[in-house]
Design a protein around this ligand. Structure first.
Ligand code: ATP
Ligand code: MG
Length: 356
């Protein structure tokens, strides 16, 4: 059983595909490191998946992705006996909390969030067709974070503003109704926006994403990883995500800062080839992925492990969410409104000498 005195952390992913190298360096490494001295909640955000993939056949893919995603995390080294993995849609108290938090966030604030427009674009949705669900994505995320009363949220750069909105929800709530929610902080890794590889149309000009076809998956076999990494180029076209070429961002994430600086000098001087740079990165990436692949194969053979992990965690998350929701309703006066109505109805029944 987890100790309540540890600081709480919440993080997670949408089950829109298997996990990739961006997740590894953007969030999973932090999850593994922090699981020992934090009480960790890891959400499988299937409701958030509905914001861009609401069709029945799209949701039909979710169960498979849920399984892949939990297996990936166990293979990376997250210990299911330490961490609460849970399925977002199976915790209805979070929807209730999200509705209450929606009252606290100006619509114009959500319309400014760039990542939501990027998600709409990736889903071929025009700005005008953006649904309330997509616009309120960060509010639902705030409900996830605040239901756990989490203070630390390890995320990639695209999620930083969402955590700012969760803080705003918490602080406005506390101001209006009294201190209930601790203010959460985003924990941004040293590789918070790993670019994609050039296997899809978005290529290295966008961050690596499950939905953009530009990802190197943790479960990809070594040859596939090599092929994908060989698409990284060292030219200006790669630099749309920032000042640095995608190749160097990979070198920094997987080989090291000093080595990446050397590589840059050598490439600029022409003393090393692009093929040698690819080989260096491939070796480092495959050295990281080899033990993950091995553990994943063993874990995949443990039939029912993923399901049991999710069910146990979801039962725990429901307890926590119900408790937080009850406190929020109480603080807002919703609980006393309801209990007042019930008491008056009981008194009326008594006066009429009729049981209610
Ligand atoms: P989708 O394409 O469905 O949006 P995704 O690949 O962007 O999927 P998410 O589930 O949206 O993955 O993100 C899960 C977490 O991983 C978030 O905290 C996000 O910021 C982080 N993350 C995702 N992609 C990257 C990346 N390329 N680099 C660093 N962190 C990332
Ligand atoms: Mg995303």
């Amino acid at each position: 059983m987890v100790e309540a005195s540890k600081p709480r952390l919440l993080t997670g992913d949408r089950p829109t595909g298997a996990l990739h190298l961006g997740h590894l360096v953007g969030s999973l490494d932090n999850r593994v490191a922090l699981q020992h001295d934090h009480e960790c909640f890891i959400i499988v955000a299937d409701l958030h998946t509905l914001t861009t993939r609401p069709r029945k056949h799209e949701f039909g893919e979710v169960p498979g992705f849920v399984r892949e995603m939990v297996l990936d995390q166990l293979a990376v080294g997250i210990d299911p006996s330490k961490v609460t993995f849970y399925l977002q849609s199976a915790v209805p108290a979070v929807y209730d909390l999200a509705v209450l938090l929606q009252m606290l966030v100006p619509k114009a604030r959500l319309e400014q969030v760039k990542s939501l427009r990027s998600m709409a674009r990736a889903a071929a949705m025009s700005d005008d067709a953006m649904t309330m669900g997509l616009l309120a994505y960060p509010v639902l995320q705030a409900a996830d974070i605040l239901m756990a009363r989490a203070t630390i949220v390890p995320v990639g750069l695209d999620n930083e503003e969402h955590i700012a909105i969760a803080r705003e929800c918490a602080s406005v709530f506390n101001e209006l109704y009294g201190d209930l929610f601790p203010l959460p902080d985003a924990m941004i890794s040293r590789s918070p926006a790993l670019p994609g590889v050039a296997t899809g149309p978005a290529g290295s000009g966008a961050k690596m994403s499950k939905s953009l076809g530009n990802a190197v998956y943790l479960g990809d076999p070594p040859e596939r990883v090599r092929e994908k990494l060989a698409t990284l180029t060292y030219d200006a076209g790669d630099r749309r995500l920032g000042d640095e070429a995608a190749l160097l961002m990979f070198a920094r994430a997987f080989v090291g800062d000093a080595e990446a600086a050397d590589l840059r000098r050598e490439l600029d001087a022409g003393s090393t080839s692009l093929a040698a740079a690819h080989a260096l990165i491939d070796e480092a990436v495959n050295a990281r992925l080899a033990p993950i692949r091995e553990r994943r194969a063993v874990l995949a053979g443990d039939v029912g492990l993923v399901e049991e992990t999710l069910v146990d965690g979801t039962i725990r998350a429901r307890e926590v969410a119900n408790h937080t929701l009850a406190r929020a309703r109480d603080a807002m006066g919703l609980e006393s409104l309801w209990s007042g109505l019930v008491a008056a109805t009981e008194a009326r029944a008594k006066a009429r000498r009729r049981p209610y």
